[in-house]
Write a protein that binds this ligand. Structure first.
Ligand code: BGC
Length: 747
């Protein structure tokens, strides 16, 4: 029987029961109709398969397996192929473990550095998050395992995560918080989405029709199924009617009874229930069809891969002629994280790793070691500090492994400041004072303040790089691997600089996204604010140059695409990978827009002296903003700069293209519509031109001449600000004439 036939054979009771899980990790079987139960497990950067008692907080044991770099690290690779390799490896492992769906990727935007789950999310930039997420989804699903993009939507903090409401205006929602989900639906073809616990604009995501039906299914064409975050169900029948499908976890407390009651009482239509059942049945049907009974997993090979990917993700933030370290020179590793690396965060994504590799283990005899600080405390331990200083003062390089301790980063809790523990900051300052050749290796899932930044010549950021992060760090320090990661988020100087600072985490469960579209670099760049490291920043042991930026058209409409290509050359003596970033800047706009926005990127591997041509194709979305008046993306005609750079603040080449928008903004005219607004209305503009022609007062230019330089602009502005109603106040027409005029303009 196919899904439709099974649905037709199901009783109301069976349908209601089927819409919640059997237990923590399985869908329900319908034995009578031959429908088996299938398993889903947490990801996203490893497989958290629980065979014993289930929980969604990562507390109970799961199988021993491989922990790959977390999303914060992965995004810094700026490499879709990294995501492909990871997705395929995880897909293979899921097949070997008979897991039909992996709960990831996490696509929420990094609004504040304090969000406790930032390590599970990609970026402050929606395009980058969407691209990395889509590549992962495609690769995972190519192995026959469903992805489940989460947490839909606006789950950008852990404070009140299960009960709060994110208040977001329509433009911001569509321009910043939804596009990554849109990309995994439209391009990644994700088979599932997980709705967030929180509400958006007062409506819980589990029953938010605007999100689950109007946007997801109707606008984006999603044809998979939606699962609740674990325990996110509010009104059960309301959820189903709004477009929610499966409730998780299931078990004895599941709410099937409520659905039966609602259908019988006529408050839920059986057709809506049928839709949910069919969506889940389709998922099970596909999982069975693509099940690979013979799949095996080579975990040793996966561990190698985890280390290789960690090397692709690390970001060399600063390097003043000290890295790579010279072989044979005496280096000391300082800090507990050198021996015990931080490589993942806490919560539902926590992977059970038998043996993570530390940098100390990887470096072997090449280094000596001093513990430096106690990672469970923020107070300086004088004995540890003295030992570290003693070890550092004669070393040819002192490499300090610092970062956020475990207790600082977890699902379920936000940080309350952006600092490292005091003992680590004190250690770095003290060591760099006795040894100018001090390198800081940083671990953590989110930015921290760097009060000692100008005292150390090099900083290597490993993020939470998975179980082989230590081996990768050693390879990068000695130049076996050339750093090629770039920041997927801005590193501000201090927390107070962050645009969400005054509105994070909100009050009484309400968080207002008052900064609007100005999230991350969109804000810092607009304010020309100094930052520690800008979005897109990352150094290499070689240098790259750019030339020959060309576009196949200089003029196009928003129905056409433009192909842009640029040559990138490795100017140095070591092989390396360049992250070529393409930004678009709207040169002149009548609406508020960021200075520039990332619209594409490519990673190019180059031998010394080698040149490669990188090509990008831009469509309407690269030039558009979201216009609430038309509830859609909209291109304002004019000139756009297509920029190529190595960060949002390191633009190397730019090219101008003229894009003609083909849509019109139609709006209703009333007595309060200004002359300026009317100029943007096709009929309104004609009326204004006609009215100006008939004017018998002194002409603008005569008056302007009388007022002196610059006054023409002022006169124009004054006029543009006048509402139509003032034509009556100034005796240019009667109220009756105005009513007639408004009616005819709106007709
Ligand atoms: C988390 C999800 C996770 C689920 C299952 C929830 O608490 O928010 O990300 O997939 O639990 O463990």
């Amino acid at each position: 029987m196919n899904a439709k036939e099974i649905l037709n054979a199901m009783t109301l009771e069976e349908k209601a029961a089927f819409c919640s899980g059997r237990d923590f990790w399985h869908t329900k079987a319908i034995e009578r109709l031959g429908v088996p139960s299938v398993m889903m497990c947490d990801g996203p950067h490893g497989l958290r398969k629980q065979e014993g008692e289930g929980d969604h907080l990562g507390i109970n044991k799961s199988i021993e397996t491989v922990c790959y770099p977390t999303a914060a690290a992965l995004a810094s690779s700026f490499d879709r192929d990294v995501m492909r390799q990871l997705g395929e490896a995880l897909g293979q492992e899921c097949q070997a473990e008979n897991v039909a769906m992996l709960l990831g990727p996490g696509l929420n935007i990094k609004r504040s550095p304090l969000c406790g789950r930032n390590f599970e999310y990609f970026s402050e930039d929606p395009y980058l998050a969407g691209e990395m997420g889509s590549s992962y989804v495609k690769a995972l699903q190519s192995k026959g395992v469903a992805a489940c993009a989460k947490h839909f939507a606006c789950n950008n903090q852990e404070t009140r995560r299960m009960s709060g409401s994110s208040q977001v205006d329509e433009r911001t929602l569509h321009e910043i918080y939804l596009p990554a989900f849109e990309a995994v639906v439209k391009n990644g073809k994700t088979r599932s989405l997980m709705c967030a616990y929180n509400a958006v604009n007062g409506e819980f995501c589990a029953e938010n029709k605007m999100l689950l039906t109007d946007t997801l299914r109707e606008k984006w064409g999603f044809d998979g199924f939606v699962v609740t975050d674990w325990g996110a169900v509010k009104g059960r029948a309301e959820g189903i009617a709004s477009g929610l499908d499966l409730e998780m976890p299931g078990g004895p407390n599941a709410t099937g009874e409520k659905l039966i009651e609602a259908v019988k009482a006529g408050t839920l239509s059986e057709t809506d229930l049928d839709k949910a059942v069919l969506n889940i049945l389709h998922f099970v049907e596909t999982a069975l069809a693509e099940r690979d009974e013979n799949a095996v997993i080579d975990r040793d090979a996966c561990r190698e891969l985890a280390g290789k990917l960690a090397g692709e993700c690390a970001v060399l933030l600063k390097n003043e002629d000290i890295l790579p370290l010279q072989k044979g020179r005496k280096a000391v590793f300082i800090g507990e994280f050198a021996a015990n690396p931080r490589y993942q965060g806490a919560g539902s994504s926590h992977i059970n790793v038998p043996h993570p590799v530390s940098a100390l283990e990887a470096a072997g005899d090449a280094v000596t070691y001093a513990r430096g600080y106690d990672a469970h405390s923020s107070k300086t331990d004088e004995a540890l500090l003295a030992e570290a200083l003693n070890a550092a003062k004669d070393a040819e390089a002192a490499v300090i492994f610092a970062g956020l301790p475990d207790a600082f980063e977890s699902e379920g809790a936000d940080r309350d400041h952006m600092r490292l523990p005091d003992n680590q900051n004190e250690l770095i300052a003290a060591v760099s004072a006795v040894n100018p050749h001090t390198v800081v290796v940083l671990h953590g899932g989110s930015p921290v303040e760097l009060p000692w930044l100008d005292k150390v010549p090099a900083v290597l950021l490993m993020y939470l790089g998975g179980e082989r992060v230590g081996a990768a760090a050693a390879d990068l320090l000695w130049g076996k691997v050339n750093p090629s990661g770039h920041l997927a988020e801005t590193w501000p100087i201090r927390l107070e600089d962050n645009p969400s600072y005054l509105n994070f985490p909100g009050e009484d469960g309400v968080v207002t996204y008052a900064e609007g579209i100005f999230v991350g670099y969109r804000y810092y760049d607009k304010k020309k604010m100094p930052v520690n490291f800008p979005f897109g920043h990352g150094l290499s042991y070689t240098d790259f140059s750019f030339s020959n930026l060309t576009a196949d058209k200089e003029k196009l409409t928003d129905r056409e695409t433009v192909t842009v290509s640029v040559d990138v050359t490795n100017e140095g003596t070591s092989a390396g990978k360049a992250v070529v970033q393409l930004y678009v800047r709207d040169v002149k706009s009548t609406v508020r827009r960021p200075v520039r926005e990332l619209k594409d990127f490519a990673k190019a591997a180059l031998e010394p002296g080698e040149t490669r041509t990188v090509t990008f194709t831009l469509d309407k979305r690269a030039f558009a903003y979201y216009e609430p008046k038309v509830h859609d993306f909209f291109v304002e005609s004019g000139e756009f700069a297509v920029e190529i750079g190595l960060s949002c603040r390191d633009i190397r080449l730019a090219k101008s293209v003229h894009v003609e928008g083909t849509a019109e903004i139609s709006f209703t005219i009333d007595a309060n519509t200004t002359i300026g607004q009317l100029m943007k209305h096709p009929k309104g503009a004609a009326f204004i031109r006609q009215m100006m022609g008939k004017s018998n007062g002194p002409s603008d230019s005569e008056q302007a001449e009388a007022m002196g330089e610059g006054s023409e602009k002022i006169m124009q502005q004054m006029m543009f600000e006048m509402p139509l109603g003032s034509l009556v106040s100034y005796g240019r027409m009667t109220s009756g004439q105005l009513r007639g005029l408004i009616a005819s303009l709106n007709s």
